[in-house]
Design a protein around this ligand. Structure first.
Ligand code: NAP
Length: 249
């Protein structure tokens, strides 16, 4: 375990797969005790926990649909009882329901907004109570390049991610004086289950638009999250850090 994180509790929403999994592992490696939240994939979440424990870390898996207020309350209660108050929150859980706007149903819109944006509101609010008491906290939300420059077929997703940015900047202003920083990481394309459906042609087109010429890895996103969670990042708040290989340049 490295020094510096003082065994703080970090909660990663959607920590069972993809980017969240890499973030949970990376934060545990930096000495945090981990709450690995998941929606339905208990096996995957337990695997992340087992991997962390094998390396001498401490972690628990907690199921909760973070778009639901009561489930978020239960998530933070359980985290507090079993590990202690959450000092680092990573709002990572996210979904897509891509369709051109004229074919997008209100249900597709609501589902994406609730899972990506409302969850960020619910979890940040729940985490802030303990952070205010501790006079220290880190809130890191995972947006997307789609929230910065838009993407055809992703009006719901782009709106949710742009919403996370406005939300984070506002909360950063509310809690800055209390030792709590609130930042956003905006990844470009990363190979996970979320992008697995992209057909080869679409992948080629995407890669052609990335300055670095390739998709990112979950670990490359996790490294930036770990920095923002650290003491070293104490003077950064309300920022959006693009980790996209130059896609949005
Ligand atoms: P992923 O591989 O599909 O994993 C999604 C994670 O979110 C899973 O752990 C899933 O849990 C969890 N989740 C989904 N709905 C949830 C809910 N209602 N409550 C709690 N957890 C929920 O996705 P990913 O690619 O790692 O994406 C992670 C984040 O990065 C998302 O916010 C996404 O928008 C953002 N992002 C990804 C990319 C990319 O290229 N991959 C690019 C930009 C931004 P279960 O395992 O239980 O289903």
């Amino acid at each position: 375990m490295s020094e510096g994180s003082h065994q703080r509790v970090a909660l990663v929403t959607g920590g069972s797969r993809g980017l969240g999994r890499a973030m949970a592992i990376r934060l545990a490696g930096a000495g945090h005790r981990l709450v690995v939240n998941y929606a339905s994939n208990a096996d995957a979440a337990e695997k992340v926990v087992a991997g962390i424990e094998e390396k001498g870390g401490e972690a628990i898996a907690v199921q909760a649909d973070v778009s639901q207020g009561e489930q978020v309350e239960r998530l933070f209660e359980e985290a507090g009882e079993r590990l202690g108050p959450v000092a680092v929150l990573v709002n990572n859980a996210g979904v897509t329901r891509d369709r051109l706007l004229l074919r997008m149903s209100a249900a597709d819109f609501d589902h994406v907004i609730d899972t990506n944006l409302k969850s960020t509101f619910l979890c940040t609010k729940a985490a802030l109570r303990g952070m205010l008491r501790a006079k220290w906290g880190r809130v890191i939300s995972i947006a997307s390049v789609a929230g910065l420059v838009g993407n055809a077929g992703q009006a719901n997703y782009g709106a949710s991610k742009a919403g996370m940015i406005g939300f984070s900047k506002s909360v950063a202003k509310e809690v800055g004086s209390r030792g709590i920083t609130v930042n956003v990481v905006a990844p470009g394309f990363v190979a996970t289950d979320l992008t697995a459906d992209l057909v080869d042609k679409a992948k080629e087109v995407a890669e052609g638009r990335i300055s670095l010429g390739r998709f990112g890895t979950p670990e490359e996103i996790a490294a930036v999250v770990a920095f923002l969670a650290s003491d070293e990042a104490a003077y950064m708040t309300g920022q959006v850090i693009s980790v996209d290989g130059g896609l949005a340049l």
